[in-house]
Design a protein around this ligand. Structure first.
Ligand code: UD1
Ligand code: CA
Length: 459
C-alpha cells in the first residue's frame, strides 16, 4: 500500500514531563519515544513519513537514534504549539490530494503494525477511521461521543466535556486516518474556540460526520498499545509494556527468561535457542547471544557478542566485547571495548580486560588487569597479575605468547613480550622481554635476620 502517507505530531510542549528534554525524545526501552513511532510507521510502508516538530534538538537526536538505515523523513516545523490541528495542517501541503493520511502521535510509541494497517484500510474516500479504546480511568483524554444508534459523532476533549460526557469511558487515542483532501479542508475550518484555546485536530471528527462521512472506530488488538506518555508515570508504564513485548519476542524465539519482568532490553538483541537469561540482566545496544549461552543474574551486556554455549556468571559488565563459544566469564568480571575472549577461555572474578585478545583456553581467574594485550592460547595469568600499559602519557601493548605462565602478582611493564612457554615467577616486575621456555624472575632475594627483636612501643 503506497497510496497513503504518515504524519507524526511531535511538536507538543510536554510540560507534564517536567524535563529539560523534549517529551518525544524521552527514552523508552532504549530509544526515544519518537523513534518507536517512526519504526511502527515504517512497518506499514507509507509513501512518505512527515514529522511535525519544534526546536533544534529533535531532528539530530532522532537521526542519531535511527542510525544509518533510517527511512527518508520529511521534517516540518511547527513554530508555535497551537494545537494538534495546527500541527497536522503544517504537514498537509506536502501530501498529494489522492492519498490518505495516517496521523500518529509522537508520544504514543506502542502501536503495532496490525492496528495501523486496519486504520489505513478504513481511512478511504468518504471515510474517517479513528483508533479508540475503553479504559477504566479516562481522565484527561478526549471522549468518543456516539449517537443513539451507536455511531461516532464527535470527540469531546476532557476539559470541554460535560459531567455526562466525562462519564464516557471510550477515549480517543488521537490516531486517525482519512483522505488528505478532506483533512486539508477540515483543518482550514478549525477554530480555537475551546477550553485550551488551541486548534483541536479532534474537531475534524464532527466535521466529517456533518459531511456524511462514515466514521469507523478501530480498536487496537490490545488496549495498552495506545498508551500515551504525558508524565513520567505514564513513561514508566509504556517502558514496562515495550519491555514485555520484547521479552515475549525472545521467549517465542526459544530463549528462557527466568522472570520476564526482571530483564531489560534497551537495544537490538539477537539470541539463539536455549539461551537462558537470569534475573537482572540488562541488554543495551547491539547484543548477540549464541545458542545455549547462559547469562547470570545482574549482568549488563552492551554492544556485546556472546558465543554459543558460553557462560556469563553473575554481576558482569561486558561492553563492546566478544566472547567466543564455550568461554566462561565472571562472576564479577568486566570486559571493556575491544576485548575478544577466545574459545573455552576463563575470565574470573574481579578481572578487568580492555582492548585485549585472550586466546583459546587461556585463563585469568582472579583480580587481574589485562589492558592492551595480545594473549596467546593456553596462557595462565595468575591472581593479581597486571599489565602496566600506561606510562602516564601513552598506552603500550603487552604480548604473551602461547602456553606462557604468569605467576601471581606479576607486573608486566609494557611494551613487553613474554615468549612462548615462558614462566614468570610470582611477584616479578617484568620490564624487558622474557625469552620463550625459560623461567624469568625479577624480585629481590628473601632474607631472614635471626637475632632480630621487634621493638615494643609504650601503649
Ligand atoms: C490529545 C487529543 C485527545 C486524546 C489524546 C490521546 C487533541 C486536541 N486531543 O490530547 O483527544 O485523547 O491526545 O493521547 O488532539 N502536538 C504537536 N503540536 C501541538 C500540540 C501537540 O505536535 O501544538 C503533538 C504532541 O507532541 C503529541 C501529540 O500532538 O505528540 C498530542 O498532543 P498532547 O498535547 O499530548 O495532546 P493531549 O492533550 O494528550
Ligand atoms: Ca498526549
Amino acid at each position: 500500500m503506497t497510496d497513503f502517507e504518515v504524519v507524526i505530531l511531535a511538536a507538543g510542549e510536554g510540560k507534564r514531563m517536567r524535563s529539560g528534554l523534549p517529551k518525544v525524545l524521552q527514552p523508552a526501552a532504549g530509544r526515544p519515544l519518537l523513534a518507536w513511532v517512526i519504526a511502527a510507521a515504517r512497518e506499514v510502508e507509507p509513501a512518505a513519513i512527515h514529522i511535525v516538530y519544534r526546536g533544534e534538538s529533535i531532528r539530530p537526536a532522532i537521526e542519531a537514534a535511527l542510525g544509518p538505515d533510517a527511512p527518508a523523513l520529511d521534517w516540518v516545523e511547527q513554530p508555535r504549539p497551537l494545537g494538534t490541528g495546527d500541527a497536522l495542517a503544517r504537514a498537509l501541503p506536502a501530501v498529494p490530494d489522492g492519498r490518505a493520511v495516517l496521523v500518529l502521535y509522537g508520544d504514543v510509541p506502542g502501536l503495532e503494525p496490525a492496528s495501523l494497517r486496519r486504520l489505513v484500510a478504513e481511512g478511504r474516500p468518504d471515510k474517517l477511521a479513528l483508533l479508540t479504546v475503553s479504559v477504566d480511568r479516562p481522565d484527561g483524554y478526549g471522549r468518543v461521543r456516539r449517537d443513539s444508534e451507536g455511531r461516532v459523532v464527535a470527540i469531546v476533549e476532557h476539559r470541554d466535556a460535560s459531567p455526562a460526557e466525562r462519564a464516557i469511558r471510550e477515549i480517543n487515542t488521537g490516531i486517525i486516518a482519512a483522505p488528505a483532501a478532506s483533512l486539508r479542508r477540515w483543518a482550514a475550518g478549525l477554530s480555537t474556540n475551546n477550553a485550551q484555546g488551541e486548534y483541536y485536530l479532534t474537531d475534524v471528527v464532527a466535521m466529517a460526520v456533518e459531511e456524511g462521512f462514515v466514521v469507523t472506530p478501530v480498536v487496537p488488538s490490545s488496549p495498552g498499545e495506545a498508551l500515551g506518555v504525558n508524565d513520567r508515570i505514564e513513561l514508566e508504564a509504556v517502558e514496562r509494556r515495550l519491555q514485555r513485548r520484547r521479552a515475549e519476542e525472545l521467549m517465542r524465539g526459544g530463549v528462557t527468561l527466568r522472570d520476564a519482568s526482571r530483564v531489560d532490553i534497551r537495544g537490538e538483541v539477537e539470541a539463539g535457542v536455549d539461551v537462558v537469561l537470569d534475573v537482572g540482566v540488562v541488554l543495551e545496544g547491539r547484543v548477540r547471544i549464541g545458542r545455549g549461552a547462559t547469562i547470570g543474574p545482574c549482568t549488563v551486556l552492551r554492544d556485546a557478542e556472546i558465543g554459543e554455549g558460553a557462560e556469563v556468571l553473575s554481576h558482569c559488565v561486558i561492553d563492546g566485547a566478544r566472547v567466543a563459544p564455550g568461554a566462561r566469564i565472571g562472576p564479577f568480571a568486566r570486559l571493556r571495548p575491544g576485548t575478544e575472549v577466545g574459545e573455552d577461555a576463563r575470565i574470573g572474578n574481579f578481572v578487568e580486560v580492555k582492548a585485549s585478545r585472550i586466546g583459546a583456553g587461556s585463563r585469568a581467574s582472579h583480580l587481574s588487569y589485562v589492558g592492551d594485550a595480545d594473549v596467546g592460547s593456553g596462557v595462565n595469568i595468575g591472581a593479581g597479575a597486571i599489565t602496566c600499559n600506561y606510562d602516564g602519557v601513552e598506552k603500550h601493548r603487552t604480548t604473551i605468547e602461547d602456553g606462557a605462565f604468569i605467576g601471581s602478582g606479576v607486573e608486566l611493564v609494557a611494551p613487553v613480550r613474554v615468549g612462548e612457554g615462558a614462566t614468570i615467577g610470582a611477584g616479578s616486575t617484568v620490564t624487558r622481554d622474557a625469552p620463550p621456555g625459560q623461567l624469568t624472575l625479577s624480585r629481590s632475594r628473601q632474607t631472614s635476620i635471626a637475632r632480630w627483636k621487634r621493638r615494643f612501643g609504650g601503649g
